[in-house]
Design a protein. Structure first.
Length: 265
């Protein structure tokens, strides 16, 4: 079922209204008609299952059939502090990070970043990155659209991270897997996690020491050196699994054999 985000003020009294660019997408791309069903979210933890009641050139009118709590958001807020990578890697990182459940993405300017953005270019990039986050949120069934912040310096990012319960920073010179496991367990026990990822070439040692002094826990991502576009997604995958393993899925357990047949086909 197709999903759209709608401002909460346009959802009321058992009805909802879609306006803006999504109207053209529904009418002319998806070619949806009166009577078809969609899901909308106001970004406040509720999914609304709706039926299309009217299609106009500038608006789509919906009747809300039922409401359900959003089931796709992680109970722990994960904030990705991603050092600016080269080329268009940031777009791919944002798309996949949103799919994995991140709630905020903070582009960070570190000492080894090759990319340098002036104020005008940074603003345009942020706008495009936010559009990519919204599209990824729709595709992956998210209940909220993760925010992509404006570019921060490394000290600014550390200051912003002070509000989070825990922070971790993968570092290739840190190889203690036992301590890494302990740090991840501790991070997942809080209500928010900051993940700091370096650029091509990694963090300078002084930056890691600065982050640790601010309370970040150093961790290892294994014996292999990961690219900047891989590292964040690797740790987000681990965190997603650990966090969601702590809580039962809404609605109880489902026997996949009854729905999908044998795993061997």
């Amino acid at each position: 079922m197709y999903r759209f985000f709608v401002p909460v003020e346009q959802i009321h009294g058992g009805h909802a209204q879609i306006t803006g660019d999504d109207v053209n997408h529904i009418r002319n791309v998806l070619r949806m008609e009166i009577g078809e069903k969609i899901v909308i979210s106001g970004g406040q933890g509720t999914d609304y299952y709706c039926i299309i009641k009217d299609v106009q050139p500038e608006s789509i009118m919906l009747e809300i059939e039922r409401e359900e709590p959003v089931r796709t958001e992680l109970p722990v807020s994960c904030v990705l502090f991603q050092a600016l990578p080269k080329a268009d890697k940031m777009e791919w990182i944002i798309q996949k990070a949103v799919e994995l459940g991140v709630c905020e993405i903070v582009p960070v300017r570190t000492r080894r970043c090759v990319v340098r953005l002036d104020e005008q270019r940074a603003k345009k990039k942020q706008q495009r990155w936010q559009m990519i986050a919204e599209a990824a949120a729709k595709q992956s069934g998210r209940g909220n659209i993760p925010e992509v912040h404006s570019v921060m310096s490394f000290p600014e990012a550390l200051q912003y991270a002070e509000r989070l319960a825990h922070c971790i920073i993968p570092y290739e010179l840190f190889d203690d897997m036992k301590s890494t496991s302990t740090a991840l367990d501790r991070a997942c026990s809080g209500d928010s996690i900051g993940i700091f990822i370096g650029p091509e070439g990694g963090f300078e040692r002084g930056e890691v020491e600065q982050a640790v002094a601010a309370g970040a826990m150093p961790i290892s991502l294994g014996r292999r050196i990961l690219r900047t576009e891989t590292a964040g997604l690797a740790i987000l995958s681990v965190l997603m699994f650990r966090i969601e393993s702590m809580e039962p899925l809404p609605g109880g357990a489902v026997d996949w054999r009854e729905n999908n047949g044998s795993i061997s086909g």
